[in-house]
Design a binder for this molecule. Structure first.
Ligand SMILES: C[S@@+](CC[C@H](N)C(=O)[O-])C[C@H]1O[C@@H](n2cnc3c(N)ncnc32)[C@H](O)[C@@H]1O
Length: 331
């Protein structure tokens, strides 16, 4: 396996500024997929004029939003202004959703600070037209804070709807076989146990997802440089359950392009944006790489590997930071 990592781009402004020249989009620009399927914009999620150019006359049946959480990993602003900002991109989101559509939002809760901004966010959602449907928890394998507190392994995912969207029940199952018998019930005079009655030999994901591997460097889907990448399987589950083939799906916080890739795999049309040209470039490259090689990420290499090898300044900079720079890209 090639060992060619990148430092986290959000923690290295100098590296980001040096990679900027390899990003094809400038702020305000939109990439139109040559195959005519997806669109990626270097746009601001709260700028309706920009989003209108992305969407054209299109409306989506599903929105998957994963904003920066206002937690340690992201630039901190006070919770009121964060919630106000969330209201702004929610208004824009709502405008481009069909009458019967689903909205999923990933959001953190700071356990050392009154669970903000999660608590304030769900209260703010009261004043929107979205109807709450489920509060899903995805369990991480790795946690933090284990010595004096319960290990923090949760990722919160909120599910809201507008009208009565599709809910494709056949996609709610995990790969975990049902092993527990019980729940005996009489059906037509015969006592049956739950395994005989069930529609599937596998357990449902339910609202606690324990079957999804957190992304790390040995996984094909890993995108080095990114710091907030969601597992592809989680996004594929959402798309499979809450949209149909050929539907449009929106994601205003693209980052590693996970929604874009999941849409490509599942034959949906993705309309996605990121305010940062580098994450737009990474998203587009991830789609192109998948189309060319079938790979879902860079594992322990990175999206700018080729440019770095041909850019002596970048190479020198990364070496000084202690990064391993291979002499060539093949192992
Ligand atoms: C938590 S990450 C999204 C992760 C993504 N779901 C994935 O799987 O890779 C948040 C992203 O939102 C972008 N972002 C922050 N503010 C934005 C804004 N106003 N408009 C669009 N994107 C924004 C950041 O650049 C960052 O890439």
């Amino acid at each position: 396996m090639l060992n060619f990592q990148l430092p986290r781009l959000d923690k290295d402004d100098l590296l980001s500024s040096r990679l900027l020249k390899y990003s094809r989009l400038r702020p305000g620009e939109i990439w139109h997929d040559p195959k005519g399927v997806h669109r990626v914009g270097c746009l601001d999620a709260i700028n309706d004029t920009q989003i209108e150019q992305l969407m054209k006359k299109d409306k989506a049946s599903l929105a998957i939003q994963d904003p920066p959480y206002n937690l340690v990993a992201f630039q901190k602003r006070n919770v009121e202004s964060f919630i106000e900002w969330c209201s702004s991109w929610l208004k824009v989101t709502e405008k481009y959703l069909t009458d019967n559509s689903s909205l999923y939002i990933w959001l953190g809760a700071d356990q050392n600070n009154n669970f903000q901004p999660f608590a304030e966010f769900i209260i703010m959602m009261n004043s929107t037209d979205f109807k709450s449907k489920s509060f899903i928890t995805m369990r991480n394998q790795r946690g933090y804070g284990t010595q004096k507190n319960w290990m923090a392994v949760r990722q919160e995912l909120l599910y809201y709807v507008k009208g009565e969207p599709v809910f494709n029940i056949e996609h709610v199952y995990t790969d975990i076989p049902k092993i527990l018998k019980g729940y005996y019930k009489e059906v037509g005079g015969v006592v049956t146990e739950n395994l005989e009655r069930s529609k599937s030999p596998f357990i449902r994901a339910g609202n606690v997802w324990v079957d999804i591997q957190q992304v790390f460097h040995l996984m094909d889907e890993n995108v080095n440089g990114c710091f907030a990448q969601k597992p592809l399987k989680s996004i594929e589950r959402i798309i499979n359950v809450s949209s149909a083939e050929n539907d449009s799906v929106i994601d205003f916080f693209s980052h590693a392009g996970t929604t874009l890739l999941a849409c490509e795999k599942l034959k949906r049309k993705c309309r996605t944006v990121d305010i940062n040209p580098i994450y737009c470039e990474i998203s587009i490259r991830r789609l192109e790489r998948f189309r060319n090689t079938g790979k879902s990420g860079w594992q322990n290499s990175n999206p700018f590997a080729e440019e770095i090898l041909n850019d002596s300044e970048l190479k020198k900079y990364l070496k000084e930071k202690g990064m391993n720079i291979p002499s060539k890209l093949s192992e």
